[in-house]
Design a protein around this ligand. Structure first.
Ligand code: GAL
Length: 415
């Protein structure tokens, strides 16, 4: 009675009315790793939307690109019985968490999702025939960002093959520009390495990183992949150890370095810094990968709260908001991605996003649409982690490519 009376008074004062007054009692704790400039701006759209709907947003941000630290924090929370309302989880990990019996289904707000999602992605959002995850956007991983002034100063052209790439890198070096900005965490090593795998063809990528086919993993072509990575490393600066991806992006934004291999969340940083594609920077695809597209789809899953098997109103509202066309548009404009929901207008997006969209359609038709290993879309944690260790060991030692390839085939067997 007392609660109602207070809400009634608030309503009369024009502050909170009806459903939202009741919902105001629910606070939703959201675990994510979106802490860079562009990322926080993007997740801020969701926070504002939810706050407007009367929910209290409890931010549980765990810094660290690609989410390794966030995943460790999540496990601790769930084990100690303090699972957040929602957490940023993607790819096969969604099924992993669902099989622990700790997620809630969100079917009641997903009525029109099937017809509005690419089938490959719709499938990933399910476990046991129920929707358990809500997708945000599609990131393309195989991008190469180039500082336009640095490219002009060096007198180079946008590279489309590896020989062209090394020619540009040499020209930058000769012009006194640090050719490549590279960060220093295992997932960044793996991102570059999978780019080079993709440059051998989408079929090769699929056989190697989706099917984990031993013959492909130990092939001469794979030895060549490691050789190319070794050569690319020759253009890194000495200070990369431990460097975050967004600090490497800042080097390209500020003209301290010429190029960065990174997924299009990097574009969120350029946008956040007020830079324009085509004028200040160029979004080029990784050499030899123009027909292919490594996808990385972020999503949230929803955890049982206080042992309840059904989603709370706040969790359902969150899932519904994430898939709403307006949110999908604004989130991706800040994040550097493209909406995952089909049919969201692209007219407010820049040329890079339009290219991503167009290339996605081509890649889907041509069989070049492949899941990113480095971003948790291609393999369960154990195998992805073991492969990542091999790549990072190679990139941080003088190991030869043939030895690395043998270690790779062994790692792929990790269950
Ligand atoms: C990816 C994630 C992106 C971006 C990036 C760097 O794994 O999918 O949304 O945040 O990490 O943090």
């Amino acid at each position: 009675m007392k609660f109602r009376a207070i809400m009634g008074a608030l309503c009369a004062a024009g502050l909170m009315c009806g459903v939202s007054a009741v919902q105001a009692a629910e606070s939703i704790e959201v675990l994510h790793w979106w802490t860079s400039g562009g990322e926080s701006k993007a997740v801020g759209v969701l926070k504002d939307d939810m706050t407007k709907q009367g929910y209290t947003w409890k931010d549980f941000a765990v810094a660290g690109g690609a989410g390794a630290a966030a995943m460790t924090a999540l496990k601790t929370q769930v084990i100690s019985g303090n699972a957040p309302s929602a957490a940023q989880i993607k790819g096969p990990l969604i099924q992993d968490w669902a099989s622990q019996g700790v997620l809630v289904p969100i079917d009641s707000v997903a009525g029109d999702w099937k017809k509005n999602l690419p089938p490959e992605i719709d499938k990933i959002m399910h476990a046991d025939g129920h929707y358990v995850a809500a997708p945000f956007s599609v990131h393309r991983v195989n991008w190469l960002y180039i500082n336009k002034a640095a490219l002009d100063k060096a007198g180079g052209k946008v590279p489309t093959t590896w020989p062209e790439f090394f020619a540009v890198a040499d020209k930058m070096k000769a012009a006194g520009i640090q050719p490549i900005a590279m960060g220093g965490q295992p997932w960044q090593d793996l991102t570059l390495w999978e780019d080079v795998v993709l440059s051998q063809g989408a079929d090769f990528y699929k056989k190697a990183l989706v099917d984990l086919d031993e013959k492909t993993l130990t092939s001469e072509k794979m030895v060549g992949v490691f050789d190319t990575v070794r050569k690319i490393q020759g253009y890194f600066d000495a200070g990369r150890t431990g460097r975050d991806w967004n600090l490497a992006t800042a080097m390209v934004i500020n003209g301290k370095a010429g190029m960065q291999f990174m997924g299009d969340w990097a574009k969120g940083e350029f946008t956040n810094a007020g830079k324009k594609s085509g004028t200040d920077y160029i979004c080029a695809v990784v050499p030899n990968t123009d027909k292919a597209y490594t996808f990385n789809v972020d999503s949230f899953v929803f955890f049982q709260q206080k042992g309840q098997k059904a989603a709370t109103p706040g969790q359902l509202a969150l899932a519904k908001t994430i898939m709403s066309p307006q949110f999908q548009e604004q989130f991706s404009l800040y994040k550097g991605s493209i909406p995952v929901r089909l049919g969201v207008p692209m007219d407010k997006f820049d040329d890079c996003a339009k290219k991503s969209y167009a290339d996605e359609q081509v890649a889907i038709k041509a069989g070049g649409y492949v899941p990113s290993l480095a971003h948790g879309m291609a393999q369960p944690d154990a195998a992805a982690g073991a492969i990542s260790d091999v790549v990072t060991k190679f990139m941080n030692s003088q190991e030869d490519s043939k030895t690395a390839v043998q270690a790779l085939a062994k790692a792929a067997k990790t269950k």
